[in-house]
Design a protein around this ligand. Structure first.
Ligand code: TYM
Length: 329
């Protein structure tokens, strides 16, 4: 059975970008594939979080994964730092990753621009750790949003390089697994291209109705179309992109027609959009508290997940070590 793996960095609550990019559609395939969903806590260390926040962030993602519908009886849910085999593979793959190619990564260049005072080696080798996450289970499919394309390309490069250097086929080349309808980029509603934690423009799965409505009603718009069938500026296109994810086709068509005949009222559209977001997120929000308060359940999920993930990871590592020539005396 093909292996599917997905992960989210433990840096705070899940927003609609995480949900539609990496989670929603993939909740549905958890009994059809051998699925691993993990919490990327080591990746979050690049920004040196406070120890108490660090653990809390892991708990948040775990709780929200479960609230969003991941079922530990159908898939393996685990915490990255519980599986030391990932770090060993990271060491091995680092020998095949070149400084130049790592420095050229768009995400790295972006971080250097934004935080020039904290350009650490973990940031530079972030794609190697991500490749290790993927390759440690010999995954073929990775549900991710569009923003992770380059990282996935690098995981393929490292897999190919390892296989070629050691004359082996240990690692399949992993590919993005897109939801039906193609890759997703959930826009921000503040005029920014992408919804994201660091962009500060997230609509979160744990937001209440009032907060969601307020965030959507504040979305940036323009003065409205002047001529029929005119192209949409980016901020308006963003509203429609989000609506296509959360609303019925009939609703989207209704507002498309209103746009095309210049009778659109953004207030009505935003109100509908907020209602449709709430229909999806409020049932998830309602489950979050109960799950978060059930420590023994959370403990059971991560310890079962750790055992299953380590069994899979150590089998792969054994193959990689053998290919390299690491032998026991
Ligand atoms: P992270 O935590 O930034 O995001 C987690 C997932 O959410 C997707 N995503 C989006 N998709 C569409 N539109 C958006 N606005 C949006 N914002 C976030 C991301 O594409 C991602 O799929 N490097 C990863 C974490 C990671 C990982 C892995 C993922 C570490 N190792 C191995 C997959 C496989 C990251 O920073 O994701």
């Amino acid at each position: 059975m093909d292996v599917v793996l997905s992960g989210i960095r433990a840096t705070g609550h899940l927003h609609l970008g995480n949900y539609f990019g990496a989670l929603r559609n993939f909740v549905k395939i958890q009994d059809k594939y051998n699925c691993f969903y993990f919490i990327a806590d080591l990746h979050s260390l690049t920004t040196h979080p406070h120890p108490e926040d660090f653990h809390q962030n892991v708990k948040i993602i775990l709780t929200e994964y479960l609230a969003a519908g991941l079922d530990p009886d159908k898939c393996t849910i685990y915490v990255q730092s519980d599986v030391p085999e990932i770090c060993e593979l990271y060491t091995l793959l680092n020998m095949l990753a070149y400084k130049g190619e790592l420095e050229r990564t768009a995400a790295f260049k972006d971080k250097v621009r934004k935080n020039p005072e904290n350009v650490n080696a973990g940031l530079l080798t972030y794609p190697v750790l991500m490749a290790s996450d993927i390759l440690i289970h010999r995954s073929s499919w990775v549900p991710v949003g569009k923003d992770q394309d380059q990282h996935l390309e690098m995981a393929r490069t490292f897999a190919r390089r390892f296989n070629n250097l050691y004359g082996t086929e240990v690692f399949p080349e992993p590919h993005a697994m897109d939801p039906v309808g193609g890759p997703v980029k959930v826009p921000g509603l503040d005029g920014n291209g992408k919804m994201g934690k660091s962009e500060g423009n997230g609509i979160y799965l744990c937001d209440d109705e009032k907060t969601i409505t307020k965030k959507v009603m504040r979305a940036v718009t323009d003065a409205g179309p002047k001529t029929p069938d005119s192209p949409k500026p980016e901020v308006i296109d963003n509203l429609f992109t989000l609506m296509k994810l959360v609303s019925t086709p009939d609703t989207v068509n209704y507002f498309e027609e209103k746009w095309n005949d210049c009778s659109i009222r953004y207030g009505d559209m935003k109100k509908q959009l907020a209602e449709d977001i709430c229909k999806i997120t409020l049932p998830i929000r309602a489950r979050i508290d109960d799950i978060a308060n059930d420590s023994s359940y959370l403990h059971r999920v991560v310890s079962d997940g750790r055992d299953k993930a380590r069994a899979s990871a150590s089998a792969t590592l054994e193959m990689a070590r053998e290919a390299i020539g690491i032998k026991r005396f």
